[in-house]
Design a protein around this ligand. Structure first.
Ligand SMILES: [Zn+2]
Length: 102
């Protein structure tokens, strides 16, 4: 029904997030690029029907912005990191994690 990648397992190893998917592929994403690509509305902004982008000021990131307190699975297809600086509104889909891998 959906071609989204389901997340089987995940763990933090040093400063990387390792994710394994239902199709047995894996992604490894550094926490830095994970945070810089946070998909939440306050980080990337929201586009209205006319294509105008509404975005808050760029977040001020520091060392704790790239460290993770915990991860919460969101359904089968998403992961929500709890960053040490208090940010936790970004939900990363398997497809996004796949894209960020490298
Ligand atoms: Zn965000």
């Amino acid at each position: 029904m959906s071609d989204s990648l389901a997340i089987e397992n995940y763990e933090i190893v040093n400063d990387h997030l390792l994710v394994s998917f239902s199709d047995t592929s894996e992604s490894m994403v550094s926490l830095k690029s994970l945070r810089e690509r946070c998909p939440c509305a306050s980080c990337i902004g929201e586009t209205d029907a006319l294509g105008n982008l509404y975005k808050g000021p760029d977040p001020v990131l520091n060392a704790s912005s790239y460290q993770i307190n915990g991860l919460q699975p969101v359904g089968y297809y998403g992961l929500r990191p709890f960053w040490k600086d208090g940010h936790n509104t970004g939900i990363y889909t398997g497809d996004l994690l796949k894209k960020l891998s490298g």
